[in-house]
Design a protein around this ligand. Structure first.
Ligand SMILES: NC(=O)C1=CN([C@@H]2O[C@H](COP(=O)(O)OP(=O)(O)OC[C@H]3O[C@@H](n4cnc5c(N)ncnc54)[C@H](OP(=O)(O)O)[C@@H]3O)[C@@H](O)[C@H]2O)[C@@H](O)CC1
Ligand SMILES: [K+]
Length: 502
């Protein structure tokens, strides 16, 4: 399991471990681990110049300790220090003393000419870690801007300075800065902020060193990274003696005038992910058939009985009276329901529909908002949602008694009990119309085949992203990937993982 720990949880683990260790032990381990990774990053280079940014707290202490270790090798180490020595924590002060006694050059962090005169082989960012409380400003901002222009590797200690370890948002929001690291060496445990929102862009390649802290100090995590092992129990090869009725029905509800493509994409995905029969219930006039996939069955929404089918409601639904009526019936249905797009917008606007969703608790419900839809559901702004995606997803799941899939970079899947899983697959090729419809269709198909809702949400998000990653590897994207192309790639992937892991 790839556990993710909040800042508060990391502090607790650190506190418990420090109580049983001689002082300064953890910082020495952190500094040494950082120095080792730094050496591996510059291996093979000659005339090596390492710039180490060291801030006022223990993150700066780790950096100074790393400077001391590195100074013992054949390389030039320069430290740009930003700290008031009289206010440094005890361990960091000790690390500063050790660095001062080593072959380390100290630079003035405010002196741009000093920083820029050298061609750096590597930058180590130890300005701020999990103790950063406010945006990076003043002379430090200029320093961060300079580092972000460099082409050399940038190794962040614990977390890229300026990035929130809890949320992955840049501290201070729009207009504020963070170090854009190529590598992050994180201590004690992995953190949600490195995997969602701006986290991936600013953390680069993440490795975790637990500083040899004993297992007993680690609490059960409330967050983890998505991986195949989390849904492998639902991967089952097909039995021979089966028929289309064995694999369930999906009914996609949507398709108002001018938006007929959205439910078609969801339905095509449902068929390609193994649902026995797939219907599209159009709120406006239904076409006779899909000429590319005539196996899909077209119906008028007002004449459809949902029964125990898996219902995907929302793609291209619109917000007409007609759409509202069919959504009301879908929320009353006894099968699993996946709710997306305009269905979410209507729920956001009407308490009566919210109650219906909350009262479905004994039937599976998955909601799949993007940040704007999430903002409407939580009566917030999109910026507020993006500023704390893990918390927003938790609120959605708890409030609507549903599994919430908050889409975007580092999709967050939240459960009503407060646990979250952050997805690791996917890329900006998916930032295009229709990919959300494909995701909802995929959820619907797995539910129709009897998958539990938890594994459905995890697998659908993971496969959707992974299929897009595989397509990008083949040159189909990131620019110009279409939602339709994701569909057969997901089918191939699903068959492959069932073959390899079931
Ligand atoms: N203790 C240990 O054994 C271990 C510690 N470890 C390491 O410690 C790190 C956490 O250390 P930390 O708690 O000292 O916080 P850190 O991130 O260094 O910053 C706090 C300082 O920054 C200041 N400050 C904040 N924002 C600012 C701003 N915008 N501009 C200017 N100043 C600002 C803030 O000032 P204040 O808010 O108090 O006024 C305070 O002085 C952790 O990430 C890991 O690297 C690990 O190695 C494990 C072992
Ligand atoms: K840092």
């Amino acid at each position: 399991m790839s556990a993710l720990y909040s800042i508060a949880e990391i502090r607790q683990i650190e506190h418990a471990a420090k109580a049983e260790l001689p002082s300064y032990t953890l910082m020495q381990r952190a500094g040494e681990a950082c120095a080792r990774q730094a050496l591996s990053l510059v291996a093979g280079d000659d005339d090596i110049h390492v710039l180490i940014l060291a801030g006022p707290g223990n993150n700066g202490g780790d950096a100074l300790e790393a400077a001391h270790y590195l100074s013992q090798f054949e390389l030039h180490v320069a430290v740009a220090l930003h700290a008031d020595e009289s206010k440094q924590p005890e361990d960091a002060r000790k690390a500063l003393q050790r660095a001062r006694e080593s072959e380390v050059e100290f630079l003035d962090v405010a002196d741009a000419a000093h920083l820029t005169r050298q061609r750096w082989t590597l930058v180590i960012d130890g300005l701020f870690g999990i103790g950063q409380t406010r945006p990076i400003g003043g002379k430090l901002r200029a320093c961060v801007d300079y580092v972000n222009t460099l082409r050399c590797p940038v190794l962040a200690i614990d977390i890229a300075s300026g990035l929130s370890a809890n949320t992955g948002a840049i501290i201070g929001g729009a207009g504020c800065v963070a170090v854009r690291a190529t590598h992050t060496l994180s201590f004690i445990g992995d953190k949600p902020g490195m995997h969602t929102c701006d986290g991936q862009d600013f953390s680069g390649n993440v490795t975790v060193d637990n500083l040899d802290i004993e297992e007993k100090h680690f609490s059960a995590p409330r967050a983890q990274l998505n991986e195949l092992a989390l849904f492998a129990s639902a991967l089952k090869p097909r039995a021979g003696n089966t028929h289309k009725g064995s694999y369930g029905d999906v009914i996609v509800v949507g398709g108002a005038h001018g938006m007929g493509g959205a439910p078609v994409l969801a339905a095509r995905m449902a068929a390609h992910a193994g649902s026995g029969r797939v219907f599209i219930a159009f709120v406006d006039d239904a076409p006779a058939y899909d000429s590319v996939h005539p196996e899909l069955m077209m119906r008028q929404a007002d004449r459809v009985e949902f029964g125990a089918a898996s219902v995907v409601v929302g793609p291209g639904l619109g917000t007409s009276r007609h759409a509202h009526d069919v959504l009301t019936r879908a929320l009353d249905a006894h099968g699993p329901v996946v709710i997306d797009a305009d269905a979410l917008n209507m729920i956001a606007a009407e308490p009566g529909l919210q109650h219906k969703l909350q009262n479905r608790a004994h039937h599976a419900s998955i909601i799949t908002p993007h940040p704007l839809e999430a903002a409407r559901l939580l009566d917030a702004t999109t910026a507020e949602i993006q500023n704390d995606r893990p918390q927003a997803a938790r609120l959605l799941a708890r409030h609507f008694k549903s599994i919430a899939i908050l889409k975007g970079a580092g999709t967050v899947i939240a459960f009503p009990d407060g646990d979250i899983v952050i997805n690791t697959t996917g890329n900006p090729a998916l930032s295009t119309a229709g990919t959300g419809d494909v995701l909802s269709g995929l959820c619907g198909a797995l539910l129709a085949q009897g998958w539990p809702a938890t594994q459905t949400a995890l697998a659908a998000v993971w496969m959707h992203g992974k299929a897009a990653d595989q397509l990008v590897d083949l040159g189909v994207g990131p620019i110009g990937l279409t939602a339709s192309e994701v569909i057969p790639a997901v089918r191939t992937l699903l068959n492959q993982i069932i073959r390899d892991h079931a």
